[in-house]
Design a protein around this ligand. Structure first.
Ligand code: GRF
Length: 190
């Protein structure tokens, strides 16, 4: 059985999808051993409702070192599922190859500092992009720079707004995140 730690900052719909796809076997042989939030958020409530061990480490300078203290050594994968803090380079190096993130755009476009949530969708509309999508990638000390694991796109239409893009991106995320997690954890091809 593989152990996953999930980090959240928001509503946690991706966390819920991970919980559900572990349960239905889409993600094989895995369990969530811990959910950590960096702020009060509904993601934490979801963990509580599912009786998954969870804790809040307030965001700030000491977040990465405190996280390092609570993460079980036998953790196979750390999954950032709508997590907004930047992890320290030492943390990323220690867990190199075992941390993944989901980003709401087609990296390497629309990534880096300040590119999160609605900022990304606004930027995509402003740039007149014909496509957007989501990317699951490894986390390194360079923000949104780690190798992509899985990416899927959709067509941006004239009527799209940042809000409709967010909805469309979420649907893509629910599809590719479990696949990417299963791929990394169980070494399966997609
Ligand atoms: C997702 O769009 C993810 O790509 C971004 O934050 C959002 C989190 O949504 N990093 P949720 O909390 O999983 O609903």
């Amino acid at each position: 059985m593989k152990n996953i730690v999930v980090l959240v900052s928001g509503s946690g719909t991706n966390l819920q999808r991970i919980i559900d796809t572990i349960e239905n076997g889409e993600i094989r042989d895995a369990e969530i051993s811990l959910v950590v939030a960096d702020r009060e958020c509904y993601g934490l409530e979801r963990a509580k409702n599912q009786h998954i061990e969870h804790l809040l480490i307030p965001r700030g300078r000491n977040f990465s070192s405190e996280l390092g203290r609570v993460i079980p050594e036998n953790t196979d994968l750390i999954v950032l599922a709508g997590f907004l803090s930047i992890l320290k380079p030492e943390f990323c190096e220690k867990w190199n190859g075992k941390i993944i993130n989901i980003h709401p755009a087609l990296l390497p476009k629309f990534g880096g500092k300040g590119m999160w949530g609605h900022h990304v969708h606004h930027a995509v509309i402003e740039a007149g992009e014909k496509e957007s999508g989501a990317t699951v990638h490894f986390v390194t000390s360079g923000i949104d720079e780690g190798e992509a694991i899985l990416q899927k796109s959709f067509t941006v239409t004239q009527d799209d707004t940042p809000e409709t893009l967010a909805e469309k991106v979420h649907l893509i995320e629910y599809e590719i995140f479990p696949k990417a997690i299963n791929k990394v954890l169980n070494n399966v091809s997609i």
